[in-house]
Design a protein around this ligand. Sequence first.
Ligand SMILES: C[S@@+](CC[C@H](N)C(=O)[O-])C[C@H]1O[C@@H](n2cnc3c(N)ncnc32)[C@H](O)[C@@H]1O
Length: 213
Amino acid sequence: MFGKLRKVFGRSGGAAVPLKEIRRSFDESATDEEHFPSTIDPRIYHVKLIAETFGPLDGKRVLDVGSGKGRFARVLKERNPGSRICAFDLSEAMLRFVPPGIGAVSGTMTALPFASGAFDAAYATESLEHAVEIDRAVEEMCRVVKTGGRLVIIDKNAEHWGKLKTPEWEKWFRREELEKLLGRHCRSVSSQFISYWEDVEPDGMFLAWIAEK
Ligand SMILES: C[S@@+](CC[C@H](N)C(=O)[O-])C[C@H]1O[C@@H](n2cnc3c(N)ncnc32)[C@H](O)[C@@H]1O
């Protein structure tokens, strides 16, 4: 019965919860280092994929959309000291953990406070799933990247919805869903299943979408 209802109504989440409630939830979670870590093992494939997609970043401007504590930005900055990386997040409590040398700006990814084409590259790891207005967030990410710039979105696959506990506003994505949204603004889009480790076959939970504007 509930399985059936979930299939009809709640299959990929995305309830319209007020932004301030979502912010409060992440502000409260900022001290939870176990579930919201401030560092990441740089060998994890998610990091590798972003680094390889973007290439050398010295002199480049990069936006981490929904950065949390900036664990991905930290690795990119360490490897590319001459890059200008901005960690952007709804939660100021999360941003307090962003290391020195990386910009920290708060706000919502559905209305990015940056000029069009301000960045050479942008990425979002497990944050778009919280944006609620997904079309708007993808549009904004694409807007702030310059023509020819690259974007990476890493998030969870809607086909696996229900396998993890999620807040009511969270939404996971079908492969073709985000390909279509990115395709409205980018000249090339691809997607692939990924796992944490390159030599481990993906189980289908994580997807990476790569686009060039
Ligand atoms: C699961 S965490 C992922 C953080 C980071 N990307 C990482 O992989 O470590 C999701 C983050 O998205 C942020 N977030 C949620 N809704 C947002 C919004 N509308 N605009 C910007 N950031 C948002 C949260 O505050 C939180 O830090």
